[in-house]
Write a protein that binds this ligand. Structure first.
Ligand code: GLP
Length: 261
């Protein structure tokens, strides 16, 4: 696990954007795992800027979202599918047929979850997975207590997550759906490279657990310690509870230029 601490969010976005640009340069039909929420937005801004500048072509890329609310009608502006289209895939010129998300509006949710797993496998698997981090340590919507071996399934959101996400529902936590379909922790572990972004003091405890805590379903993101290629991109506030921050800074400062993330 590599930890990169940078004060500037645009810098964090550029670092992750470079990972995607390098991948797509080598594999124009790459598979990108995408996350919603505010943390990946600097990455999306960077990618869209590269596309607009003509230095990056994302039109062959497919995307797989991590999760979706259950019960929101298709096209609801707060649905994760709508958010990903708005923030990334429409402005980046990725055709809607290549944009995939779990069907949270399906009648048969277990069947929709299984179909989503199959679709990811048929695509050849996720090359780069962008991730945010919940203040309670969730990744995607794998709340505390999630099986470390879990696959795409229905989950119940914690009250804290619904409160954290109320800002996308006019500040009303009760308007945030109670359930979701989410990729499991084992699904996420299959991505070939995981790039996690976290900013702000509200994430500091979860970041400390993720990087330096014991692997445990209590802090689901800790499962990433089992992944061979994880980049953790954080700002100073999110890094504030890391015991070994000095070591991570030194490693980054002395990293050979050719290596990349
Ligand atoms: C939601 C999403 C997660 C995201 C988390 C953090 O719960 N399901 O994928 O990582 O929010 O969101 P933010 O980046 O807005 O803090």
């Amino acid at each position: 696990m590599e930890v990169v601490i940078r004060p500037d969010h645009a810098d964090l976005g550029r670092l992750a954007g470079e990972v995607v640009a390098r991948l797509v340069g080598e594999r124009p039909r790459a598979v990108l795992g995408v996350a919603t929420g505010s943390s990946p937005r600097p990455v999306y801004a960077d990618l869209v800027a590269r596309v607009r500048a003509g230095s990056l072509d994302l039109s062959g890329v497919s995307t797989f979202s991590l999760d979706e609310y259950v019960g929101l009608p298709a096209g609801h502006p707060s649905s994760y599918r709508a958010e990903i289209r708005r923030e990334l895939t429409d402005p980046a010129g990725i055709p809607p047929a290549q944009v995939h998300s779990p069907h949270g509006d399906a009648e048969d949710l277990p069947a929709a979850a299984a179909a989503y797993e199959s679709l990811i496998a048929q695509s050849g698997g996720v090359d780069v997975q962008l991730l945010g981090l919940g203040s309670d340590g969730h990744i995607a919507f794998n709340e505390p207590g999630s099986s470390l071996a879990s696959r795409t399934r229905i989950k119940t959101l914690t009250r804290r997550t619904r409160e954290d996400n109320a800002r996308f529902f006019d500040g009303d936590a009760d308007a945030v759906p109670t359930h979701c379909l989410t990729q499991g922790l084992a699904t996420i572990l299959q991505a070939r490279h995981v790039v996690l972004l976290a900013m702000g003091e509200g994430k500091a405890r979860a970041v400390a657990e993720l990087v330096e805590g014991a692997v445990s379903a209590r802090w689901p993101a800790t499962v990433l310690q089992w992944h061979p290629h994880v980049s953790v991109l954080i700002d100073e506030a999110a890094a504030s509870r890391l015991e070994l921050a000095g070591y991570y800074r030194e490693a980054w400062a002395n990293k050979p230029d050719w290596q990349g993330l």
